[in-house]
Design a protein around this ligand. Structure first.
Ligand code: ATP
Length: 233
């Protein structure tokens, strides 16, 4: 579904990704784990077209999107819930969701909002609350809900559990499973490698811009090197 073939990305003279190859197949949850600064956010953002890959190629559903504009990539069925949530604090929950569907028509927006409320009843209860007054977990649900408004076939999630309490983290991972069970493929960037590998079908390990290992979630969880480096064992 999504294929990165030997993708490198630079910020000026800094090389953030070094010939990264990653495949995400339809229906999977694939996770990308790695330390701070490994290049995880850069990889997701490169898929979205900003920054652009300096070499290599990216395809989605068999179509080359390496040089496509971000809005065209989004319209093809990719959505992102960015690191740090980035909800609009002064807008209500409902208004934030509508922003996620800005390129849809009115009935699609209504349909999208109803769908998100089914997935997150908490957001429905809070529909007219200003997003900035919500808890961290609620804001994360809103960020994911906003990304789902455009009915993507591939959802990119950047650190959805960062800074959240364990109970809320468990809820977010349940939601990620539900989203996949509803037919959305998920590419998940996580610092919480333990939980991410439990939920993922497959995982990639990124170190200073390079993929150094890839395997099933279960095999990576059981791998002594991974346990030592990323699971605190
Ligand atoms: P974290 O988990 O801390 O968010 P990450 O794995 O997502 O880290 P990136 O944010 O992708 O890593 O950063 C990869 C490298 O690129 C780092 O060295 C970072 O300093 C650099 N970098 C990221 N964004 C920029 C930018 N806008 N300009 C210059 N360098 C950048």
């Amino acid at each position: 579904m999504l294929k990165l073939d030997s993708v490198s990305t630079h910020y000026g003279a800094i090389q953030a990704l070094d010939q990264v190859s990653v495949d995400v197949n339809q229906g999977e949850i694939v996770t990308l784990i790695g330390a701070n600064g490994a290049g995880k956010t850069t990889l997701l953002m490169t898929v979205c077209g900003s920054p652009r890959a300096s070499s290599g190629s990216i395809s989605f559903m068999g179509e080359d999107i390496t040089h496509a504009d971000t809005h065209r990539i989004m319209r093809k069925g990719i959505a992102i819930s960015p690191e740090g949530r980035r909800v609009f604090p002064d807008l209500t929950v409902s208004e934030n969701l509508k922003m996620g569907g800005f390129f849809l028509n009115r009935s699609e927006i209504e349909e999208g909002e109803e769908h998100v409320y089914k997935l997150f009843p908490r957001l429905k209860e809070r529909a007219s609350q200003r997003a900035g007054t919500m808890s961290g977990g609620e804001q994360q649900m809103l960020a994911i809900g906003r990304a789902l408004m455009s009915k993507p076939s591939l959802l990119l999630l950047d650190e959805p559990t960062l800074g959240l309490a364990p109970l809320i983290i468990a809820q977010i991972f349940d939601i990620i499973r539900t989203i996949r069970d509803e037919g959305v493929t998920v590419f998940l960037v996580e610092q919480n490698a333990n939980k991410a590998l439990q939920v993922a079908d497959r995982g990639y390990v990124l170190e200073t811009g390079k993929v150094v290992m890839q395997d099933t979630g279960a095999n990576l969880l059981a791998n002594p090197d991974i346990r030592k480096a990323y699971l605190g064992a």
